[in-house]
Design a protein around this ligand. Structure first.
Ligand SMILES: [Zn+2]
Length: 154
């Protein structure tokens, strides 16, 4: 039985990692990260509702420090605190359309990033910090650009 964090999101889907399994990396969140994952799941419920109740497909949620290093995540990545998820929602539109709908809504994200034209990164602020509602885009070779942009032609 999966461990439900919210009606549509489980601890298992927010900690799953093919890289961790393949390389034997422990990706078990501690108690603080687990509490953050519950907050993250609640925000993902808001996103799901905003998008009309379509499935949200998580490609990366929690990352232990070792896993984050292995996947070359940012050094201070919110994924390591259980405060970020990468996802798509194909039934609600393209990655850019989904990101723009979230940015236009009243969702308390800290960072919303259109990454490589392929997924949305949604990060939350730590519990005691106000969310910045920062929007960014990153593509191959660009670094982080302010705002949500269309992917440049390949
Ligand atoms: Zn991410």
């Amino acid at each position: 039985m999966p461990t439900r964090l919210s009606p549509h999101f489980s601890l298992e889907e927010l900690t799953a990692s093919q890289t961790a399994v393949r390389e034997g990396i422990d990706n078990t969140p501690d108690a603080a990260a687990r509490r953050n994952l519950a907050r993250l799941a609640a925000t993902l419920e808001d996103v799901r509702t905003l998008l009309g109740g379509v499935p949200i497909i998580i490609s990366s949620g929690y990352r232990s420090p070792q896993l984050n290093r292995r996947v070359k995540g940012a050094r201070n990545s919110a994924h390591m605190s259980g405060l970020a998820a990468d996802f798509t929602a194909p039934a609600a539109g393209t990655v850019l359309q989904v990101a723009r709908r979230i940015a236009a809504a009243d969702i308390a994200f800290d960072q919303l990033i259109h990454e490589y034209g392929a997924w949305v990164h949604l990060g939350l602020a730590a519990a005691e910090s106000p969310p910045r509602r920062e929007t960014l885009s990153i593509f191959r070779g660009t670094g982080y650009l302010p705002g949500l942009h269309k992917a440049p032609p390949a």
